[in-house]
Design a binder for this molecule. Structure first.
Ligand code: C2E
Ligand code: CA
Ligand code: CA
Length: 734
């Protein structure tokens, strides 16, 4: 078989002579190997760059560059190796044939680089590509051989020829796989492996060439004179070609190095950018968390304060009015306590939505925590604030579905106005808060504007608070008054209610309504109630010591029902005074119980276990249900004064009082009617089987010193042994 003058698979001619003394210049062979290895290294490097290139243009550049280096490298290797070949006949090369072989090398190399530009291919696709590239390289080699011009005919040994083609395919497959492998790796080990692989690949390419040369037999006619050609003619050409190629490959390697540096810089830059944007995101979410309320998405106190400062500044410059509104959901705690915190949260969300809907886009709505909201409103006139506040009160009254129940909530609002009520944020907020306090104090579900009078009141309250602290600490000025309670069945006076009074150095005798609220609002009502309890027990012990068999009822603030240590405090007061527990009654208001029912029941049970009786005060003003009443460990129910007050004129009040007495008896509770001021009320209560009465008709609250005289004038239960002496005896007897 003959192809372009090359004879494959044909046996050597009988009449020709086979040239046997062909040699290779070892220096040039080494140069060929160097070129092949460096071309491999450059190609691997460029294939790796394709994987990192971000743009199509860059990928194209590396693809074509890689193809150029690979093709040039293999072709130069082939050509230098051919120049290294020394035969005893003159050898020349046809330029066109040589150029064609270079073109074929380039096509094969381009195919290789195209294959490598895919991130992932099927194994069969790699195989097909390797076969094509291998055949291309082989074609390049043999077409290069076909460009050889000499007197000799080129015969090829079939087996070795096939082996050379097979080697070309194997080298291609290995190159493809290695290039893919190196594309994924990084680091110094990867680099060393790449160098090693390039040397092996270079060796393999050279081996393919020399297998082809091994398969070659040069046959010349028998009479052809044979004389070895001098290597000196081809040496400069081979060296120049090698040098040029090495320079080109060096350029390629430099480009790879520069690109790698650039890429690592870009990567660093990207990393820095990513870090910066992450930092930015973190800062934004921190800002969100710091300025917004997570539950309602409204501004929180901090966020509000910042916006408020800006808005105030703007309004100062524009001479425009501004309103600060404090809103508080009435009895929010009850929702939390009775329906749970989830329902409480749900309610806050609904309220937030309603407020957003009530106020205008430009108004600032914020949640300050708990059930406290604050709104900043730009005003054209003062009436606008009133109108908007009324709208908020109205919106709040719309029924709300909560935990499967339909609730109607109300709100109290306090308003301060800029510029008349203050010129700084702090002042305006403080004054709106004062106005809110006023709204809550006057029955809730309403609004109040700040006034100078409120400020004066607040100042007085502050002074009162300080003075009350001192009074408690120094036990100076506080005193207990006792109001008698009459047993209607026996007609005897057998109970007293202890009511605290305060002799203020400037304001004179103050009733509890003036200072209980202050102690509650400032967190020391527990101290005050403890003092009352201790003092009541001590004075009861004195009365017992004088032979009186009387029971004393002591009031307990709603806030104290949250105290775990209350039973111990009661026990301690009883023990230190030596009073029998049966002589002590604790009064808790109905509202306090209902707001805290789950916590109150076990606490009251522990107090009851001491032997102390319990009474529900101000009954009728709260929202007790029979179911709740049944759960509570009570002894007595006190009908609120407001029902007794009009009992003579109001049929409705009569019926209510009557119904309460019947219901209380059905629950085995004794009934006390408070605020009995005239005989007609007393007669009604007696007729309807009320157990006890308390009020000015029976007697006003009196200090202990006057109480003794009073007690001498009324029917009392049989007295105990007069002047019972020791405390221990009192406790045993009482
Ligand atoms: P309360 O427990 O309902 O006490 C009854 C109040 O009604 C007393 O007022 C008493 O003087 C008044 N009162 C009694 N009978 C009549 C009457 O016939 N007509 C009129 N108009 N009023 C009558 P006070 O002493 O001013 O006590 C007011 C409230 O202060 C008490 O209401 C109680 O809730 C609270 N309080 C009194 N002492 C203490 C205490 O030591 N601790 C606590 N936490 N609260 C106390
Ligand atoms: Ca009471
Ligand atoms: Ca009462």
């Amino acid at each position: 078989m003959e192809w372009m003058g090359l004879r494959f698979l044909s046996s050597l001619p009988e009449d020709g002579q086979v040239i046997l003394e062909c040699t290779h210049d070892p220096l040039l062979v080494l140069l060929a190997y160097l070129v092949a290895s460096i071309a491999s290294l450059t190609t691997l490097g460029m294939a790796e760059r394709i994987g990192y290139a971000a743009h199509e243009r860059a990928r194209l550049f590396w693809r074509w560059g890689g193809a150029f280096c690979l093709a040039g490298g293999i072709w130069a290797m082939h050509f230098i190796a051919m120049l290294a070949f020394n035969a005893p006949v003159p050898l020349r090369y046809d330029l066109l044939g040589t150029a064609i072989s270079l073109l074929i090398a380039f096509i094969a190399a381009l195919l290789a680089m195209n294959t490598l530009s895919h991130a992932r291919l099927q194994p069969s696709q790699y195989l097909i590509a390797a076969v094509c590239i291998g055949l291309g390289i082989a074609t390049m080699h043999y077409s290069g051989m076909a460009a050889l011009r000499s007197e000799a005919t080129l015969y090829y040994d079939a087996g070795l020829f096939v082996l050379s083609v097979f080697l070309a395919i194997a080298v291609s497959l290995a190159a493809l796989l290695l290039a893919l492998y190196f594309r994924q790796g990084n680091g110094i080990l990867n680099l060393l492996l790449k160098y090693l692989a390039s040397l092996v690949m270079g060796g393999a390419i050279v081996s393919m060439h020399f297998t082809g040369m091994w398969a070659l037999h040069l046959v010349v006619p028998v009479d052809t004179p044979l004389a070895l050609q001098g290597a000196s003619e081809v040496l400069p050409l081979a060296l120049s070609l090698g040098l040029v190629m090495l320079l080109i490959l060096g350029g390629g390697l430099s480009a790879i190095w520069a690109d790698r540096k650039l890429e690592s810089k870009e990567r660093d830059l990207l990393r820095v950018n990513t870090l910066l944007s992450q930092l930015d995101q973190a800062r934004t979410s921190l800002q969100m968390a710091a300025h917004y309320d997570a539950l309602t998405n409204l501004l929180n106190r901090r966020g509000f304060n910042e916006v408020f400062a800006e808005r105030l500044e703007e309004h100062v410059q524009r001479h425009q009015s501004l309103a600060v509104m404090f809103l508080d959901i009435d009895h929010f705690k009850r929702i939390n306590d009775s329906l749970g915190h989830d329902a409480g949260d749900e309610l806050l969300k609904v309220v937030a939505e309603r407020l957003r809907g009530t106020f205008r886009e430009q108004d600032v709505v914020a949640r300050f925590g708990g059930d406290e909201f604050c709104v900043l409103v730009s005003l054209h006139n003062a009436d606008e604030a009133r109108y908007l506040a009324q709208r908020a009160i109205q919106a709040m009254k719309e029924p709300i579905a909560l935990a499967g129940r339909c609730m109607v909530m109300t709100t109290s609002i306090g308003i301060s106005l800029f510029p008349q009520d203050g010129e700084t944020c702090e002042e305006l907020l403080k004054h709106a808060d004062l106005a809110l306090y006023q709204s809550k104090g006057s029955g809730r579900n309403n609004m109040h504007f700040f006034s100078a009078h409120l400020k004066a009141k607040a100042t007085v309250e502050l002074q009162l608070e300080e003075a009350l602290h001192i009074a408690l600490r120094e036990e100076r000025g506080l005193q207990l008054f006792y109001q008698p309670i009459l047993d209607l069945r026996s007609g005897e006076l057998n109970k007293l209610e202890a009511l605290v009074r305060w002799h203020h150095p400037q304001h004179g005798l103050l009733s509890p309504d003036r200072f209980i609220g202050i102690a509650e609002a400032n967190g020391f009502i527990d101290e005050l109630d403890d003092w009352v309890l201790r003092r009541a027990c001590q004075e009861l012990a004195l009365l017992c010591g004088s032979g009186y068999r009387l029971k004393v009822a002591v009031n307990c603030s709603a806030l104290n029902l949250g105290r775990e240590d209350l039973p111990q405090v009661v026990d301690q007061a009883l023990r230190s005074s030596g009073v029998a527990p049966a002589l002590l009654e604790i009064e808790v208001t109905e509202n306090a119980l209902m707001g805290n029912i789950n916590q109150a029941v076990p606490l009251l049970q522990r107090i009851r276990e001491l032997g102390v009786s319990l009474s529900i005060d101000d009954f009728g003003t709260g929202y007790s249900s029979l179911a709740y009443l049944k759960r509570l460990p009570l002894d007595t129910l006190k009908i609120d004064r407001s029902f007794i007050q009009d009992i003579n004129n109001s049929q409705q009040d009569m019926e209510i009082v009557q119904a309460i007495i019947v219901m209380a008896h059905a629950l085995r509770l004794k009934v006390v009617a408070e605020g009995v001021e005239d005989a007609q009320q007393l007669a009604f209560l007696r007729d309807h089987r009320c157990d006890f009465v308390q009020g000015y008709l029976i007697g006003r609250p009196l200090p202990l010193s006057q109480l003794r005289d009073y007690l001498e004038t009324v029917p009392l239960p049989p007295r105990m042994a007069a002047n019972a002496p020791a405390q221990a005896a009192i406790r045993a007897d009482c």
